[in-house]
Design a protein around this ligand. Structure first.
Ligand code: RUB
Length: 320
């Protein structure tokens, strides 16, 4: 698939979910490398930087995207010949895809330890990392049930209940606004994440913070399943994570909205759950309280923050 096709699919959400977006972007860099014939290292770098920029511009919230592109491009930029740059691009891309796939499996193993036999779970949206924990707990023979929200406006909850159904896990499909109604029946809420800030705040699908609030009130634990590349290094520098505002037509068709002169339709795709409503973040490196987000960025992500700032100048929209 061409770079442009991948970018389009990410934008239209045919490819969606933070982990999948990151892997698809890295795969697209590899594909782009195969289709170009640069005369020099400088030409190659220019081409690939442009390609990374196109991918980066697709969706602004999932930090897995810049993190994955950085993982590949930062090494490519250090190459001293065209051949070396191309070789490095391919090997770093493969390494990212491999480690990110393994990370999800590992999260499943670690996360399943926090799910007990007989638990009734709730999840929101469609997260590979969260589902990995649920599927692994089921594989281990734990009897669990899962409440899955519908996830307006794009109905990702349907993908989740299909996966649960295929695995033979009893599931309950509910509208988003029913989360608090059911919360007293829930033992554990488990969700994924698009980005985690240095202060442990978790950015995930719109509605997650309402569910977290309801869980907090009901004293139900909330676990976030997220690979370490979902942590946002630039939040150490005080940068806020941009919340994607999608087309209002996803919420209300233009022919209906058009007739409502005084009505504005809003469609933020993500929200921020403060660290105080998060009990545990399960990563491939282990389970941590959200307060340790700084250590994960520093020790496990291991990237030089100044270098990261220099190499990816992302738009600073919506800085509060
Ligand atoms: C997806 C979403 C998911 C996270 C984590 O939003 O909010 O919970 O991306 O997913 P969208 P994963 O559907 O708008 O992309 O664990 O698969 O990376």
């Amino acid at each position: 698939m061409s770079l442009y096709k991948t970018a389009e699919k990410i934008q239209t959400m045919e490819i969606r979910g933070a982990g999948k977006i990151a892997r698809a972007a890295v795969e697209a860099l590899k594909e782009h490398d195969r289709t170009i014939d640069p005369a020099s290292l400088a030409d190659y770098l220019e081409e690939m930087e442009q390609a990374a920029g196109i991918l980066l511009a697709t969706r602004p919230t999932a930090v897995s995207l810049p993190n994955a592109l950085h993982f590949v491009m930062n090494s490519v930029r250090k190459a001293s010949s065209l051949e070396e740059a191309r070789e490095v691009l391919r090997s770093r891309a493969d390494a990212f895809i491999e480690t990110s796939t393994t990370a999800v499996e590992r999260i499943g193993e670690i996360g399943a330890r926090h799910i007990s036999d007989g638990d009734v779970l709730m999840t929101h949206c469609n997260s590979q990392a969260a589902l990995a924990c649920i599927l692994e707990a089921h594989r281990q023979g734990k009897e669990i049930e899962v409440f899955a929200t519908e996830v307006r406006p794009r109905n990702q909850g349907l993908l989740t209940v299909r996966t649960l159904n295929d695995a033979g896990i009893p599931a309950h499909f509910i509208v988003d606004s029913a989360a608090r109604y059911w919360m007293n029946d829930i033992d554990l809420v488990i969700v994924g994440s698009d980005a985690i800030a240095v202060n442990g705040a978790v950015v995930n699908k719109i509605g997650t913070s309402q569910i977290a609030l309801a869980a907090h009130e009901a004293r139900t634990n909330l676990v976030v399943a997220a690979e370490t590349y979902k942590f946002a290094p630039r939040t150490i520098l005080g940068e806020l994570i941009e919340i994607e505002e999608r087309d209002p037509e996803e919420v209300l068709p233009a022919d209906v909205a058009g007739g409502l002169r005084y009505v504005t339709v809003h469609n933020p795709a993500f929200d921020v759950t403060p660290a105080e409503y998060v009990d545990l973040i399960v990563t491939e490196q282990g389970a941590f309280p959200p307060e340790l987000a700084y250590l994960i960025i520093k020790d496990y992500l291991g990237w030089d923050i100044r270098e990261f700032q220099k190499t990816f100048e992302i738009d600073h929209r919506d800085q509060e």
